[in-house]
Design a protein around this ligand. Structure first.
Ligand SMILES: *Cc1c(COP(=O)(O)O)cnc(C)c1O
Length: 378
């Protein structure tokens, strides 16, 4: 059977990128390695939609989040945390580890923090140094209105720090135009790569705060990365094989064009939601994003064993809910190197396992709705 990966990280990797990973390892301080890092850094600026340098860290996405917190906040400084799920909670964990004074703006899983909620929190906490939030809350499928968040935070002294892991490269996100001060992502979500790299950029406003904040990290000290990147280099041994492979995936993204890529995700996400509803199921997120579709498990169906059957019988690997959400939702990724026909296959396989487990469903209902929605959108 052919294994098909539909988890919201890791995601499928293009063939030309896999071939890069099969090549002999090269020396990371060579002229060639520097040229590759320079090229990757330029292409990342395009993906982030920023004119600021984007730094490559050798770690998973959370390392980038740790870099954001540890560089931008001094001990005890106040941070507003806008959290709508497990990844908002990851920010909380990092903030706690670095002794931030956390003011949480929380919503139940499936809902989104609204711009009004953020505005109220900022007014009540004028001494907040930063706001931490999530572009795509991968645990629930919710997307936040970061354009609106950016407008609100830009009028204050606070920084807006965004976990763009899974969202960046799948949904519209304009770092500079939306006034996002610290943006982090990881390689294994929408950037069509295996896990292992994190990327971060900082606005001029963020750099001002970073430069005024006492250093309390070592590996993640962004000042080191800023200095090294001026010479197309990194302060420590980078995952240079991964960086080379990332270059191939970024070339693919550049060739498609970022706006076309956002439109592709929007169209597939819309068709997937139409399929879910036509199958008599519900989309879990109140404000769904285009990186993944999260489906509420219907009453009478065992969510976790359905996913196991889907993988074992048909090769489709979707993700279960995390922690307390286990068995409650199914997470279907359509980000990165995944096209409409692959998602259509996943919808079809989900229909089959549901029918086999006694769920009342007209075969092809979801597939037909997907095609209709796809045919009538662009
Ligand atoms: C996957 C994910 C993370 C976790 O990143 P790691 O690479 O596992 O450290 C954080 N935030 C979001 C929104 C994610 O989707």
């Amino acid at each position: 059977m052919k294994p098909r990966l539909f988890t919201p990280g890791p995601t499928p990797v293009p063939e030309e990128t896999l071939l890069e990973l099969a090549k002999p390892v090269t020396y990371h301080r060579s002229a060639e390695a520097k040229a590759i890092l320079a090229e990757v850094s330029e292409d990342l600026k395009y993906v982030f939609q920023t004119s600021q340098p984007v730094y490559t860290l050798t770690c998973s996405g959370t390392g980038g989040m740790e870099a954001a917190v540890s560089n931008a906040l001094a001990v005890g400084e106040k941070a507003i945390l806008c959290t709508a799920g497990r990844w908002g909670e990851r920010w909380r964990g990092v903030l706690k580890a670095f002794s931030a004074d956390i003011v949480a703006v929380e919503v139940p899983y499936g809902k989104a923090v609204t711009p009004e909620m953020l505005e109220t929190a900022l007014k009540a906490n004028p001494d907040a140094k930063a706001v931490f939030t999530t572009l795509s809350e991968t645990s629930t499928g919710v997307g936040h209105d970061l354009e609106a968040f950016g407008k609100i935070v830009a009028g204050t002294d606070a920084l807006l720090a965004v976990d763009g892991i899974s969202g960046l490269g799948a949904m519209e996100c304009r770092t500079d135009a939306w006034n996002l001060d610290l943006v982090v992502t990881g390689s294994q979500k929408a950037l069509m790569m295996p896990p292992g790299l994190a990327f971060i950029c900082a606005s001029a406003k963020a750099w001002k705060k970073i430069d005024a904040t006492p250093v309390r990290n070592f590996y993640f000290d962004l000042r080191r990365y800023r200095k090294s990147l001026l010479e197309s280099d990194t302060p420590f041994t980078p995952g240079n094989t991964l960086i080379k492979a990332q270059r191939a995936s970024l070339k693919r993204i550049r060739a498609e064009g970022i706006e076309n890529l956002w439109a592709r995700h929007t169209r597939i996400a819309g068709a997937t939601r139409a399929a879910v509803e036509a199958m008599g199921l519900k989309v879990f997120a109140e404000r769904p994003n285009s990186a993944l579709t999260v489906i509420a498990v219907p009453a009478g169906i065992d969510g976790s064993s359905t996913l196991k059957a889907l993988e074992k019988k048909y090769g489709y690997k979707l993700a279960d809910g995390q922690d307390a959400m286990k068995g409650q939702i199914w997470r279907l990724s359509h980000m990165g190197y995944t096209d409409a026909f692959e998602v259509l296959g996943a919808v079809s396989a989900l229909e089959l396992v549901l029918i086999e487990s006694g769920f009342k469903l007209e075969p092809g209902a979801g597939v037909s709705a997907f095609q209709k929605a796809y045919a009538t959108s662009k």
